[in-house]
Design a protein around this ligand. Structure first.
Ligand code: NDP
Length: 289
């Protein structure tokens, strides 16, 4: 039987509608809109699209979204000065520095400079530490999106075997911690894992966040498992064009899984939706203190 398709595009609309309502309530209570500042350094075409989409999405839900575009030659000090200015601005609730930054800039130094209370990407070590300590505050957006997709799948997580392939700070580690908080038994696999297929076949819930096109094959999937594919890989479509595929061989896995996210239209749209949710969360936390 073919797997249920977990429609992230549709679910993201639901999340955005929830945020829109939350923003209206926030405005009514505090007399201002939550503010999201997106910082882009350089002219990477993909980053230009992502940051424009983030600015647009935030304004669509009634927030005060603003994009700062700095030339690739901007010295690190100037980027840090902008972050400091946004940290000090009381009308700013969320600060997002688009990655990757130009090679001349120390990415970690810039991310560490963001006020943890405004760190809507959840990348600051303070927020990473709070999540690891079981006291989540601002949690990375993509992992939050994965958890909401699992809720849509109605998969019981308590006691389930979960395997996360990938251990990045942005996706793999935080999603593993969120699964652990839901009482799943979690294995984190990575590039040095031996017999990845056998490890994955243990999983009731399989999350792939690798960045390798269709690495996870159909025979990695336990019959009836729920598969969340975080990967976004552009590959040759054979006709002189390119297409997007995930880290999972979708057609094969969909034959065996009970539910699966497509690429595109799965985890991707959920990430921006949870950026908006995180901005609202940050705004409430700041307004209440
Ligand atoms: P990283 O490159 O930071 O991490 C990849 C992880 O995969 C690493 O932990 C690496 O292991 C592991 N890995 C690499 N090769 C293998 C292999 N052959 N077998 C097992 N594990 C392997 O990537 P990200 O976590 O940032 O992103 C992962 C994917 O998710 C990418 O395709 C990215 O584009 C996508 N993504 C999608 C988002 C969305 O909104 N949908 C948001 C963010 C990312 P090791 O640590 O040992 O090197």
């Amino acid at each position: 039987m073919a797997a249920r398709i977990l429609d992230g595009k549709k679910l993201a609309e639901t999340v955005r509608a929830e945020v829109r309502e939350g923003v209206a309530a926030f405005k009514a209570k505090y007399g201002r809109a939550p503010g999201l500042e997106v910082v882009l350094v350089g002219d990477d075409p993909a980053s230009q699209v992502y940051t424009r989409n983030k600015e647009k999405a935030s304004n669509e839900v009634g927030m005060q979204g603003r994009l700062h575009v700095l030339p690739a030659s901007t010295p690190e000090d100037e980027v840090l000065a902008l972050v400091e200015r946004l940290n000090a601005d009381d009308n700013v609730d969320g600060i997002l520095v688009q990655l990757p930054l130009p090679k001349s800039i120390n990415e970690q130094r810039v991310l560490d400079a963001v006020d943890p209370a405004k760190d809507v990407d959840g990348f600051h070590p303070v927020n990473a530490g709070l999540l690891a300590a079981g006291r989540p505050r601002l949690v990375p957006c993509t992992p939050l999106g994965c958890m909401r997709l699992l809720a849509l799948a109605e998969v019981p997580l308590k006691g389930a075997r979960a395997v996360v392939v990938g251990r990045s700070n942005i996706v793999g580690k935080p999603v593993a911690q969120l699964l652990l908080a839901e009482h799943a038994t979690v294995t984190i696999a990575h590039s040095r894992t031996k017999d990845l297929a056998a490890v994955c076949r243990e999983a009731d819930v399989l999350v792939a966040a690798v960045g390798k096109a269709e690495l996870v094959r159909g025979d990695f999937v336990k019959p009836g498992a729920v598969v969340i594919d975080v990967g976004i890989n552009r590959v040759d479509a054979g006709n002189g064009k390119t297409k997007l595929v995930g880290d999972v061989a979708y057609a094969e896995a969909a034959e065996i899984a009970s539910a699966i996210t497509p690429v595109p239209g799965g985890v991707g749209p959920m990430t921006i939706a949870y950026l908006l949710q995180n901005t609202l969360t940050a705004a409430h936390a700041r307004a209440a203190r």
